[in-house]
Design a protein around this ligand. Sequence first.
Ligand code: NDP
Ligand code: MG
Length: 391
Amino acid sequence: MQKEEEKQKKHIAILGATGSIGTQALDVIAANPDKFVVEVLTSNTQADLLIEQAIRYKPNAVVIGDESLYKKISDALWEHDIKTYAGAAALEQVVEMEEIDMVLTALVGYAGLKPTLNAIAAKKAIALANKETLVVAGDLVTELAAKNRVPLLPVDSEHSAIFQCLAGEFHNPIEKIYLTASGGPFRGWDKTQLESVTRAQALKHPNWEMGAKITIDSATLMNKGLEVIEAKWLFQLKPEQIDVIVHPQSIIHSIVQFTDGSMKAQMGLPDMKLPIQYAMAYPQRIYADFPRFNFLDYPQLTFEKADTETFQNLNLAYEAMNRGGNAACILNAANEITNKAFLDEKIGFLDIARINADCMAKATFVKKPTLDDYIQSNTEARRIAEELINP
Ligand code: NDP
Ligand code: MG
């Protein structure tokens, strides 16, 4: 009987369990023990938190990226009968475990690509937070998902909003989508003011608490650029069908406009637990006690144009999308290096977009890349970005 009950639940692997999305996903699971079971948890370097999570959620297996921490986790978890692995290859393979129904990709950056492709090849449903995977190789990922009939369920709040607006619309064509953007902590600032902004200022997002990389990407508008490319692949849109509108309150999470001119928007308080839960429970909606939105607390919802003259990264993303091929892979790789260099206080805020643009101009363009081409482009673009930072 117990066994039958366990089978009814969705068995979930969380890649990047110790991060912002990962820990919130575990909160959703803790609130719904009758619906979800944790099958696998992974982290990169946070061994203590991973051990704590493993003891609490009793997964079948855990993986730590940093191999030097393997002994620590295996010593702590062997008596709990939890399998332990380490390294990037283990992360790629663990997603194939038979017991897994769904893989939540909540790890950050290019590192998500191979595990996600492997999970799709193994026919696991994907709850996709790791947008970089679609930016790098959206064509390969969506083709494989279509071939294997694997759903790619968006976790990113804007894409979850679009996905929710499309429920019940079957094949009704989309005219356009509007991705909303908070504008980040430097909305309204000019280039002179931005020249001297610090890491600490950039890490203070007005509406969302997120990991460091995406918080910096939000401040430079790179995050919105990555999301535009993510939307192109998820919803099979042309670049000119995707628009960005700045909405500082982050209440409307995005909008779909259909060919009759009607627009549908999804709204609510900014809380990532909602899109995480929607993706994990899809196609069901399950009860949540998250705080409810009150209209009278927000008498004004406002909208403005994105300042792409000051925040060049959003333009670079459109340029990469229009160019096609490996251009977005190059932009993503450059940005992973410049984002980190800014966090390490090696370059200034405006250098991020400047070096990203230089890197796009210098890296080898490939029109119809294979997976190997993407891997090579990623390596090449990172090297070029490093050279531009340390000439
Ligand atoms: P965090 O930095 O908070 O967490 C990242 C997680 O991935 C951690 O568990 C980290 O392990 C692990 N990790 C980092 N690098 C590697 C690597 N090279 N190999 C294996 N594991 C790795 O990030 P977020 O949770 O903020 O973001 C995760 C993804 O979700 C990103 O792609 C982001 O763009 C996307 N996203 C996030 C949102 C948010 O609100 N946070 C909103 C929408 C999308 P460790 O802790 O050990 O370092
Ligand atoms: Mg988002």
